[in-house]
Design a protein around this ligand. Structure first.
Ligand SMILES: NC(=O)c1ccc[n+]([C@@H]2O[C@H](COP(=O)([O-])OP(=O)(O)OC[C@H]3O[C@@H](n4cnc5c(N)ncnc54)[C@H](O)[C@@H]3O)[C@@H](O)[C@H]2O)c1
Length: 261
């Protein structure tokens, strides 16, 4: 593992499990000092398990008081923030038909997914601007550009995150701060059985579901100096999902008809 993030201070939200945990693990392996923040108390246990130097903070990213506490504590501990990975999202409870939507459901999802990105990015930017450097990575979804059924609030929040990424990039570029967005594809979840994984994998051009480590590897690149000319960009890490016109199941030229080599 490279040491390209040696000594950089990183905050990863939604870091208790899955993608956020894998991102924290990867950044720590590349020698960053990592603060995992999550509303789930298991985040402190996760921080003790990922290796390297990592601390867990129980934080609700939709609460400015919690976000302030998180940043104040990280600044006390390590003196700066170089990297913010906005990954936390309310995914559970996000599926509801639009005819059954209500204000509480909408606000609950937008507050975590979109306002949470804003609150953390704002605190991060205020530390990064005087330092003249920093990277903010936001986390979108294919739902930002191709709708999921029954996920109007989630998809709207993700569309907002992509627009937010670009707008923040323009405002912060003169201060040496980059703002980029990662779009995970179909990422395998621990609770998915083999049948579900195989069915999902068959819809992906690269023929497999993604792993949290696939997203973590892309994020590690985005926050490193290897990506120093990259800002306002949205990077799909999805095995080609978003680029296909039709799923392979209804494709008129199926993969089974491709030349044998
Ligand atoms: N898994 C996928 O296939 C996939 C696909 C596209 C996009 N994404 C995005 O990737 C990110 C991570 O997804 P995941 O699959 O690991 O989701 P997940 O639900 O497993 O993890 C999300 C984490 O965010 C935390 N969280 C929720 N509300 C919070 C709050 N108010 N404050 C702080 N933390 C909070 C949860 O406790 C959880 O640990 C999300 O932004 C999600 O929208 C995931």
């Amino acid at each position: 593992m490279s040491e390209r993030l040696e000594g950089r201070v990183a905050i990863v939200t939604g870091g208790a499990r899955n993608i956020g945990r894998a991102v924290g693990e990867r950044l720590a392996a590349e020698r960053a000092l990592v603060a995992l923040a999550d509303i789930d108390e298991s985040v402190t246990q996760t921080a003790s398990e990922i290796g390297g130097e990592a601390v867990g903070y129980v934080t609700d990213v939709s609460s400015s008081a919690d976000v302030d506490r998180l940043f104040d504590d990280v600044l006390d501990r390590w003196g700066t923030v170089d990297i913010l990975v906005n990954n936390a999202a309310r995914v559970i409870g996000a599926v509801r038909h639009f005819l059954e939507a209500d204000e509480e459901w909408w606000d609950g999802i937008l507050d975590v997914n979109l306002k949470g990105h804003f609150l953390c990015a704002l605190r991060a930017a205020k530390v990064m601007a005087p330092a003249g450097r920093g990277v903010i990575v936001n986390t979108s979804s294919g739902g930002a550009t191709r709708a999921h059924r029954g996920m109007t609030a989630y998809d709207a929040s993700k569309g907002g995150i992509e627009a937010f990424t670009r707008a923040v990039a323009l405002d912060l570029a003169p201060y040496g701060i980059r703002s980029v967005c990662v779009v995970p594809g179909f990422i395998q979840q621990p609770w998915q059985d083999d049948q579900r994984v195989a069915a999902s994998a068959a819809t992906v051009p690269l023929g497999r579901m993604g792993q949290p480590a696939d997203i973590a590897a892309a994020v590690a690149f985005l926050v490193s100096d290897d990506a120093s000319y990259l800002t306002a960009a949205t990077l799909a890490v999805d095995g080609g999902m978003l680029s296909q016109q039709r799923s392979p199941q209804v494709e008129s030229f199926p993969v089974s008809g491709f030349p044998k080599v």
